[in-house]
Design a protein around this ligand. Sequence first.
Ligand SMILES: [Zn+2]
Length: 191
Amino acid sequence: MILTITSLIRTFLSTEEIKQIEKTFFKLSNWANFSNNVSILTCDSLEELAQKTKVPSLPAWVIATNQGTCVFLLKPTHWPKKKEYSVTQICIHELTHVIINNAIQNCPLWLNEGLACFYANQISTIINNNTLTINPYNATYDNGLYSISGKTIWLLMKKYGEAFILNRIKSSSNIRTDDILGYNALNNLIK
Ligand SMILES: [Zn+2]
């Protein structure tokens, strides 16, 4: 499988950062037995981003998304001035979604976002304590989905270890009713 990062995007990345993106991509691809070629491409506007991903419109805060085996980034020069995350983090976040969307059937939204935030190293900025206040299955983009999902994955990885959780995701016959990843199990994490 080949990961293509366009030369325009490469101008925003150091050699180390490209290596970091590739390392995470190949690690997760191996885990998910995902073997398709993936491309990271850019768009000039939010409208083009919406068009490419075939959604009617995207919220103004969106700077990247994915469709099939492509990641689409809004050109980093068009990102909001106060950048919350690096180009590397956004690339890894979206690549994680591409792999999960293609390899894990019917993945719960929180798990998809939680893993994307975890591997993109976006967890440190959203975790300020060890407690969970909402079941991530009830979280939406409007009520803190990213931070709740990221924190849930972080708590699970800390408790059981990364290898165990990854294996569990792959082997569970129904994630939503799983003894560790399911709705009821996650209720027990709420304090
Ligand atoms: Zn995401």
